[in-house]
Design a protein around this ligand. Structure first.
Ligand SMILES: [Zn+2]
Length: 369
């Protein structure tokens, strides 16, 4: 057995082969035409934001500033059976028919390039590899460094840069094959994980907790009153946030809502849909690196208390490569045993420093006159 105190990053080069090019010749079609029309009206050079450089930036930073206790392992391809636990047969047929082609799948910018279908199979399979390693005890925690992301992908549809719902495929695999009876998924990406919510909407064995920027921010779902239905009523928990919400609000939401919900639900495994677009560089919310680290500390201690520490992260969004890479690093640092910071309201620390700098000037008696 490997050192079980370690955190393992699962990564496979094939996820870099998903590289949609907005200028390539796409399959002709209604959506293609519509997207092209929208793009041509924008009068800016539009680049596909979910590009291979995202992962490269993370790998470069981890190489430049390695973290003791973090080890790497390879990924794997998800089988059709594994994908079929959360996606319909007709959807899988459609996606597989696009192998080695350029195409738009959805009006909200989910495109494929020749390597995309395999990259998506590897992204889902690598999330499975991470979960298998955690459940078997080969690693204490895991981080699947994958793309395309997954949490917008619905059972029947690709959306928002996502082809297969990686975290859902991993959760369904843990439930079907690894003996996990109850799985908690925390989604802290800035966008609501509509696909994951949809997949487990009526499933009492998967609790889906999503904190995100509220509608009308993309994808527009994730209202407070969306709580699941049927047998799964109550196992969907949405915490919509106003634009600009930051560390203190996020940490309060996790401590005051996630923690009691998880203690009630008693998961065997905790998964995190970890997007880093809630960082202020991505301009929607105001979470800092210390905020991501503090949230990691909260879920890590939940996992330790409730499920023998079984905790796996799956990368979702984050489009500024600087904040994406440093955000991932701040999570890995805590998973590897680093100190958990206690973030304050942005600017408070600077005010304290400025006070220390200036106040001595006013401590003496004021000059006469
Ligand atoms: Zn996102």
């Amino acid at each position: 057995m490997e050192d079980p105190s370690k955190v393992t990053v699962f990564y496979d080069d094939r996820v870099l082969n998903h590289s949609p090019d907005v200028n390539a010749a796409f399959l002709p079609g209604r959506l293609d035409k519509r997207v092209r029309t929208i793009l041509s009206g924008l009068n800016v050079q539009w680049k596909y934001p979910e590009h291979p450089g995202r992962i490269q930036a993370i790998l470069d930073l981890l190489h430049r500033e390695p973290i003791e206790g973090v080890q790497f392992a390879g990924g794997q391809v998800a089988t059709r059976e594994q994908l079929g636990r959360v996606h319909t047969t007709s959807y899988l047929d459609d996606v597989f028919s696009l192998r080695n082609k350029h195409a738009w799948l959805d009006v909200d910018t989910t495109a494929v390039s020749p390597g995309s279908v395999e990259a998506a199979e590897v992204a889902a399979g690598t999330a499975i590899a991470a979960v298998e390693a955690v459940v078997s005890g080969r690693t204490r925690s895991a981080f699947a460094l994958v793309r395309p992301p997954g949490h917008h992908a619905e059972p029947v549809r690709a959306r928002g840069f996502c082809l297969f719902n990686n975290v859902a495929v991993a959760a369904a695999h843990a439930h079907a094959e690894l003996g996990c009876e109850r799985i908690l998924i925390l989604d802290w990406d800035a966008h609501h994980g509509n696909g994951t919510q949809d997949i487990f909407w009526a499933d009492p064995d998967v609790m889906f907790f999503d904190i995100h920027r509220a509608a009308p921010f993309y994808p527009g779902s994730g209202g407070l009153h969306e709580v699941g239905a049927g047998l799964g009523e109550g196992t969907t928990v949405n915490v919509p946030m106003p634009g600009g919400a930051g560390d203190v609000a996020y940490i309060k939401a996790l401590n005051e809502i996630l923690v009691p919900a998880a203690e009630y639900f008693k998961p065997d495994l905790i998964l995190v849909s970890a997007g880093f677009d809630a960082h202020w560089y991505d301009l929607a919310l105001n979470v800092s690196y210390e905020g991501f680290a503090a949230m990691t500390g909260i879920v890590q201690s939940l996992a330790d208390r409730l499920c023998d520490g079984r905790l796996a992260f799956v990368l979702e969004g984050g489009y500024n490569t600087e904040s994406l890479s440093h955000g991932v690093r701040s999570v890995l640092d805590v998973l590897a045993g680093g100190a958990v910071p206690q973030p304050r309201v942005c600017g408070m620390e600077e005010v304290d420093q400025a006070a220390a700098f200036h106040l001595s000037a006013f401590a003496d008696e004021p000059p006469e006159g």
